[in-house]
Design a protein around this ligand. Structure first.
Ligand SMILES: [Fe+2]
Ligand SMILES: [Fe+2]
Length: 222
């Protein structure tokens, strides 16, 4: 989770982030646009957050397998363990986003269909989990690249939504279940903070694009 309560409103310049989204990422965005409309919305964000968690789950699962391949290499085991902790931390962060958005939707009294609120996000999540897992096994950089595209799209969508809804600047954020997330005072500040988390996730994945998956002190991978 990001420690700041007010994320910058403009996109941070990032050379690596100027990459064009890959085919899989574009397919996912088009599917979401077809189901939830092109314009960002809270319901669309809730679906997106359900999907956002699964790459980290997939990576955690692969790391467990790697742990069984490092017999006797204590320092290496420790590194993989840290990777697992990091993946869990990101999952918790995405889970907070989901909980917060579900609460916003419940408070708004929005009518939601079973298909768009439950079935489609779950199907997308199952698909995305297996793709993330498979890509990671084939080449970790493919999985990190897909996640970076996804997180970048999420950040931009949140920021676009806030700029399209200036009334959020004066709308107080009230929560009964997510106080641990922090204390943004307004809905605009809350969504900018979530956007900042997504940017952090994206930058993490971009940074890993150039690193081997689990390399020990001799550069050997599990
Ligand atoms: Fe998120
Ligand atoms: Fe994220």
């Amino acid at each position: 989770m990001n420690d700041i309560t007010e994320a910058p409103r403009s996109f941070a310049p990032n050379r690596l982030a100027e990459r064009r989204p890959g085919l899989l990422a574009r397919g996912l965005f088009l599917t979401m646009d077809a189901v939830y409309g092109r314009a960002p919305s809270i319901e669309k964000f809730a679906a997106l957050e359900l999907v956002a968690r699964v790459p980290y789950q997939a990576w955690e699962s692969v790391a467990y397998v790697a742990l069984t391949h490092v017999h006797g290499r204590v320092a290496f085991t420790r590194r993989i363990f840290e990777f697992v902790v990091e993946a869990r931390h990101a999952q918790d962060n995405e889970q907070w986003h989901l909980v917060i958005l579900e609460e916003l939707l419940a408070r708004s009294g929005a009518r939601r269909s079973w298909l768009t609120a439950r079935a489609i996000p779950q199907l997308l999540a199952v698909f995305y989990y297996h793709v993330s897992w498979l890509l990671y096994v084939i080449a970790p950089s493919l999985s990190y690249g897909l996640n970076a595209d996804f997180e970048d799209h999420a950040e931009r969508s949140y920021l676009a939504y806030v700029s399209a809804h200036p009334e959020l600047e004066d709308a107080p954020w009230e929560t009964a279940i997510a106080a641990e997330y922090g204390a943004p005072r307004t809905l605009a500040a809350l969504l900018r903070r979530i956007a900042a988390d997504e940017r952090e996730h994206r930058d993490h994945s971009l940074a890993r694009l150039t690193e081997p998956r689990f390399a020990d002190e001799h550069g050997l991978a599990a």
